[in-house]
Design a binder for this molecule. Structure first.
Ligand SMILES: *[C@@H]1O[C@H](CO)[C@@H](O)[C@H](O)[C@H]1NC(C)=O
Ligand SMILES: *[C@@H]1O[C@H](CO)[C@@H](O)[C@H](O)[C@H]1NC(C)=O
Length: 384
C-alpha cells in the first residue's frame, strides 16, 4: 500500500515535470553568455516567457535547480542504487548514530552523534536539528545530531571521504557535504523512530552554513534550513559587494580550498562574474517555500553582510511572498563578527515557530542598519 502510493507520487512528479519546457542541452558556457548586471528574474522562464501564476512555479523551480547545478554545485549524483542502514549505539559520551551506505559493490560508513531529549519516544517523536562542523543552534525539546565534514568529503580538491568513494565528476564539496546531511535523514528514517522526520532542520556556520544551504536546496524533506555567517557561495550575492567598511569575499578570492566547494564550471566565471546565469537568490529559490532563516554579523565584512541582508533577503522575500510563505523566510542581523554564538540565540524563536508553532514578536524581516538595494532586482512578482 505504502509502496504503491510512493510509486504513484513519483509518477505524478515525473508527469508534472514532463510538461515543463526543457532547458537547452548543453547549457551555454562562459564564452556564450552575456553580461547581466541585476539578479536574474525568478519570475521569468529561461526561454523568456513570464510565469503566469504560482502553478508555473514547479517548472521554474526545476529550471533554477538545474542552472544552479550546472554553474555552481555540480549535478547531484543519482543515488537510486543506495541502501542506507543505521544503528544507534550507546557510548560513554552519548549516542552514536552509525550509518552505512551501500551502492552497487561499494559500502561506506560514517558516524554522527545523537542526543535525544528526555521523553522522546516513537509515540511522541520530536523534531531534530542536524549540525555540521560543531557550531549551530539547539532547540528545546528537539533531538540534536552533529557530524563532521572530513568523513564525508575532504575540505579541498583532494577527493577523499565517503561521498567520493561512491561518486565522481565535476561536483563541488558543498554538494558532497549536503549528501552527508541527507544520509543522516535516511538514517533517522530507518533507525530513530523518536525523531519526526517531517520536522528536521539543518544548520552550519561559515563554509558549513553554505553546506546547510546546499542540503536544504537539494532535499525537500528538510523543513528548515539555517545557514549562519554563510557569506560567498551561501547567502551573499555573487555579483554585488559592499566594501566601504571591509573587504567582501568574491569570486576572484577562490583558492584551491574554497574553489573546490563549487564545481569547476563556476571557476570559469572568475573572468567576469556578471555573466553568471545564477545568483544567491537562486539558491534560496531552490528552498522556497520551505522555511529558511539565516544569520549574519554586520561587522563580519568578509561574508558581505550588506549583500546578504539588502540584496539576497528582499529579493528572496519577494518570491516567498508570492508563494504565500513570507513568514517562512527570515534574516537575523547582529552587530558582531563571524560565527558568533549570539546568532544561535537569535534564530531560536524562528526555529520554535517552525517546529512547534510558538509565536514570536521578533521581526525577521528587519534588515536595519541596511536598506534594500532595489536597483539589483528591477523585476517583480506577476500579479494574480
Ligand atoms: C545501479 O546499478 C546497476 C547494476 O549494477 C547499474 O547498471 C546502474 O548503472 C546503477 N545506476 C546508478 C545510477 O548508479
Ligand atoms: C561508528 O561508531 C561505532 C559504534 O560506536 C564504531 O564501532 C565504529 O567504528 C564507528 N565507525 C566509524 C566509521 O567511525
Amino acid at each position: 500500500m505504502y509502496l504503491a502510493s510512493l510509486l504513484l507520487t513519483s509518477l505524478l512528479v515525473v508527469q508534472a515535470y514532463a510538461q515543463c519546457t526543457p532547458l537547452p542541452s548543453p547549457l551555454p558556457a562562459f564564452d556564450d553568455l552575456s553580461v547581466m548586471t541585476t539578479l536574474p528574474d525568478p519570475f521569468t522562464f529561461y526561454n523568456g516567457t513570464p510565469l503566469a501564476s504560482t502553478d508555473d512555479w514547479a517548472c521554474r523551480q526545476q529550471e533554477i535547480k538545474t542552472l544552479v547545478q550546472e554553474y555552481f554545485y555540480g549535478y547531484y549524483p543519482d543515488t537510486s542504487n543506495e541502501t542506507v542502514t543505521a544503528t544507534v549505539a550507546q557510548g560513554w559520551q552519548g549516542q552514536t548514530l552509525a550509518i552505512t551506505i551501500t551502492s552497487g559493490a561499494k559500502t561506506v560508513s560514517f558516524n554522527a552523534t545523537l542526543t535525544l531529549p528526555a521523553g522522546a519516544s516513537a509515540s511522541a517523536p520530536v523534531p531534530a536539528l542536524i549540525t555540521l562542523g560543531g557550531f549551530g543552534p539547539t532547540a528545546d525539546g528537539a533531538a540534536a545530531i552533529a557530524f563532521d565534514a572530513a568523513p564525508i568529503a575532504y575540505d579541498g580538491s583532494q577527493k577523499t571521504g565517503a561521498f567520493w568513494e561512491l561518486y565522481e565528476g565535476d561536483i563541488g564539496v558543498l554538494t558532497a557535504w549536503a549528501w552527508g546531511f541527507h544520509k543522516i535523514i535516511d538514517a533517522l528514517e530507518v533507525a530513530v523512530p523518536e525523531v519526526d522526520v517531517a520536522r528536521v532542520g539543518v544548520a552550519g556556520c561559515s563554509r558549513y552554513g553554505k553546506a546547510a544551504l546546499a542540503a536544504g536546496f537539494f532535499d525537500e524533506r528538510i523543513a528548515l534550513t539555517i545557514p549562519l555567517s554563510s557569506g560567498f557561495m551561501g547567502m551573499a550575492p555573487f555579483r554585488f559587494q559592499y566594501e566601504a567598511n571591509g573587504a567582501n569575499e568574491q569570486i576572484s578570492d577562490l583558492d584551491d580550498t574554497s574553489g573546490s566547494w563549487g564545481n569547476d564550471v563556476l571557476l570559469t566565471f572568475k573572468a567576469d562574474v556578471m555573466r553568471l546565469p545564477i545568483e544567491s537568490t537562486f539558491l534560496t529559490a531552490g528552498v522556497a517555500p520551505r522555511a529558511l532563516i539565516w544569520d549574519e554579523g554586520t561587522t563580519d565584512y568578509w561574508t558581505n553582510p550588506e549583500g546578504t541582508a539588502a540584496v539576497t533577503f528582499p529579493a528572496t522575500l519577494a518570491l516567498y511572498d508570492w508563494l504565500g510563505a513570507g513568514d517562512q523566510v527570515g534574516v537575523s542581523l547582529r552587530n558582531s563578527g563571524h560565527c558568533d554564538p549570539s546568532g544561535n540565540a537569535n534564530v531560536a524563536p524562528f526555529i520554535n515557530r517552525v517546529f512547534y508553532g510558538t509565536e514570536t514578536t521578533r521581526n525577521y524581516h528587519d534588515i536595519s542598519p541596511f536598506t534594500a538595494h532595489t536597483e539589483t532586482f528591477p523585476w517583480s512578482a506577476p500579479s494574480e
